[in-house]
Design a protein around this ligand. Sequence first.
Ligand SMILES: [Zn+2]
Length: 401
Amino acid sequence: MLIFIGTLYFFYVVLKLYISTAEISFVTHARNLPPVVLSGENYQKAADYKLANERFGIISNLYDYALFLFWILFGLGALESLLIKSGGVVESTLFVLSFLAINFILALPFDLYSTFVKDKKFGFSTIDAKTYLLDTLKSIVIFILLGGALIALISWIISVFALWWLWAFVAIFAVVLFINMLYPTFIAPLFNKFTPLEEGELKGNIEVLMLKSGLKSSGIFTMDASKRDNRLNAYFGGLGKSKRVVLFDTLIKKLNQNELLAVLGHELGHFKHKDILKNIAATAMLLFVLFAIFGNLPNSVYEALNLKSGAHGVIAIFLLLSSVVGFVVMPLFGLLSRKNEYKADEYGSECESKEALASALIKLADENKSFPRSHPLYIAFYHTHPPLVERLKALGVEYGK
Ligand SMILES: [Zn+2]
């Protein structure tokens, strides 16, 4: 069984490495083609950033694999003999939190390198050590409070119910809904300042746009994203009353009013088409499949990993292996998401104009140095948004430069 699990994970790692190397050779070749969409210099810089990211990804993938082997060969067994005595809810929670804490610490050098070396080198990251430290501390506190409570709840469900995986699924799904509701109004403001958009021509135009699209204004905010990163973005989030549109301050600085309205129209398109609810439904389906699989593993799996089949073991195995199942279904999620993006683009261009949206998308890609071309396999697995070239084509806009 140990060999079976190791081989399964090995194929997962090999598939990821294969996709990364395919992308690297694709981009290396495309870098030398005549630039599209982006200006010549940025086209090349975007390719370099993409290549740096993929190479970094390969190294961190290999590191993850080493970590996985460490856990299944010695780590889990050792941690269990250290922490699990009677196997109650408290011990299980402590076990899972320690497992996650060790993983977090071991992954920290990669995060530090990515933020302070790689993304600084390409001029994206503006974060200072103080903000980084505060972010990390806040995340840890939130995680121990919310995550700890959730792990305790799941441990309890596992130890009490025979059909625990079904109840655990219901509990986790309720938490997903809860977090979606809390995130925009309670969690995100712990990290960023959200300011209601200033009164003025832009806000007036936005209100007209909202009225036209029949959506109740639930708040449009700007966020001080520039304290961490230079990249431009906008997003929509929340459920029910907490629904809001967030425009990064970096976006407002760089786009003109028509372009901003087109981007906003795109985000309103997501609301109009109920994409948040669709995403939540897709997540629910994935969670159900994961729980059905991990709730019915044969005992030999636990024996192979030197674990008792208590709550702590179930959760640890779930955390170690669910990414493999998740990866297999990623192309499906990507397909759904890219379809939604096309529809939101359509809506955004109807709100403003095709030209305004296209010009906004080009500016976004240019400023964010996102390379406009990608290997089809890479797109299938990783792209939540269609490549820019395809989006412009769908809008019917000429983009050659
Ligand atoms: Zn979108």
